[in-house]
Structure formats: structure tokens, C-alpha cells
Design a protein around this ligand. Structure first.
Ligand SMILES: CC(=O)SCCNC(=O)CCNC(=O)[C@H](O)C(C)(C)COP(=O)(O)OP(=O)(O)OC[C@H]1O[C@@H](n2cnc3c(N)ncnc32)[C@H](O)[C@@H]1OP(=O)(O)O
Length: 177
């Protein structure tokens, strides 16, 4: 499959925050920010693979500074890494005060999307062509995060299996009483 560069899918989504996006204190809800992060990241993923792509995971996310109603918020999203069927996208969130022009770095997140075929099964994605030193650095960092995610999923599966076994054993004990 022919590779594609990061430049071909990088996306900038800009959104003015409105009163319906806020909590009673006037700060924009974290969930609203997260929604636009997901939209911007998903746009990158679909631009890269040109098939349907679903969010498989969102890594730990820190809200570094509040976003306020009236701010113009930019979600800059770009592709860091491609696996066989998955893609890691990084999203950086910046809010701009429309009166002063002051810009604040408010949040960032890494998301993994999986490309799906027409039947909803994971589908191969074009490899990412790395053009710059920064592309290579981001790839290496994404590869390390992917390894950690895999380990965490494995641990989660094992602890769920252990919980199921314990619950079945408890049921067996109850029935034998
Ligand atoms: C844009 C949106 O908001 S979509 C709505 C929210 N998202 C959804 O509803 C998705 C629901 N989840 C699913 O459909 C499935 O769990 C899928 C498609 C994400 C993964 O399906 P699976 O059968 O587990 O796929 P499989 O084990 O073959 O893995 C496929 C790829 O996904 C990756 N993957 C699977 N689960 C995860 C996860 N939780 N986090 C990160 N990567 C994952 C795998 O590493 C693999 O990557 P690779 O091909 O690059 O090596």
C-alpha cells in the first residue's frame, strides 16, 4: 500500500466557544473540549486511511488551563504513528482571547483510531512516510506509548478474567450451601 505523509492529513479545527458549552462558572466543560479533540483526531485518521475510522482509545488527558465562553479554540491534530490497522493522532488545544489576542495552551491528548472496512473489521492503513527529524521523534515516542497501551490492555484482560473466575467460584460456593 502506498505511504502518505503527515502533511496530507494534518487538520486544524477552529471553534468559538458558546454559552451552551459552559458549566455555571463560565468555564467550558471538559467533555466539550474532549468532543472536539475526538472530531479533530478522527478527521486526521479518516484523511489518512480514507475509510471509516473509530476511536479505540484516548490516553490520559490533562486540562492545563481553563477554556472560557467566547474563546476561539484551535484543535491542531496530526498523525504520529501508523500500525497495521491503527493510527496514533496527537491533538493540541489552544484558546485565544478574542479581545486581547492572548493565546493559551490548554490541553493535549493522544488518541488511537482503528480503520474499518465495509463490514466493520479492522482494515490496513497506508504507512506513514516520515519526512523530518520531528516526524521520526514523534514516531519513536508513539511506538513507546503503543507498547505501554498493549501491556495495560493485557493486564486489564487478565484482571477481568480473574474477577470472572472469582465470581463463578463464589456462585459455586453459594449453590453448594
Ligand atoms: C469516531 C468515534 O467517536 S467512534 C465511537 C467510539 N468508538 C467505538 O465505538 C469503537 C468500539 N471498539 C471497536 O469497535 C473495537 O474495539 C476496535 C475496532 C477499536 C478494535 O477491534 P479489535 O477486534 O480489538 O481489533 P484488533 O485486536 O484486531 O486490533 C486492531 C488494532 O487496534 C489496536 N487496538 C485495539 N484496541 C485498542 C485500544 N483499546 N487502544 C489502542 N489500540 C487498540 C490494536 O493494537 C491493533 O492495531 P494494529 O493493527 O495497528 O496492530
Amino acid at each position: 500500500m502506498k505511504g502518505k505523509t503527515k502533511r496530507e492529513s494534518t487538520t486544524m479545527l477552529t471553534q468559538r466557544m458558546l454559552p451552551q458549552d459552559a458549566n455555571p462558572a463560565g468555564n467550558v466543560h471538559g467533555g466539550v473540549t474532549l468532543k472536539y479533540i475526538d472530531i479533530a483526531g478522527g478527521t486526521v485518521a479518516m484523511r489518512h486511511c480514507r475509510t471509516n475510522a473509530v476511536t479505540a482509545s484516548i490516553d490520559r488527558m490533562d486540562f492545563l488551563q481553563p477554556v472560557y465562553v467566547g474563546d476561539l479554540v484551535t484543535f491542531k491534530a496530526s498523525l504520529n504513528y501508523t500500525g497495521r490497522t491503527s493510527m496514533e493522532v496527537g491533538v493540541r488545544v489552544e484558546a485565544e482571547n478574542m479581545f486581547t489576542g492572548e493565546k493559551r495552551y490548554c490541553a493535549s491528548a493522544y488518541l488511537t483510531f482503528v480503520a474499518l472496512d465495509k463490514d466493520g473489521r479492522p482494515h490496513e492503513v497506508p504507512p506513514l512516510i516520515l519526512e523530518t527529524d520531528e516526524d521520526h521523534r514523534r514516531w519513536r515516542e508513539a511506538e513507546a506509548r503503543r507498547a505501554i497501551r498493549k501491556q495495560e490492555r493485557q493486564r486489564e484482560r487478565e484482571s477481568q478474567r480473574a474477577a470472572q473466575t472469582a465470581s463463578l467460584n463464589e456462585q459455586g460456593d453459594d449453590e453448594s450451601c
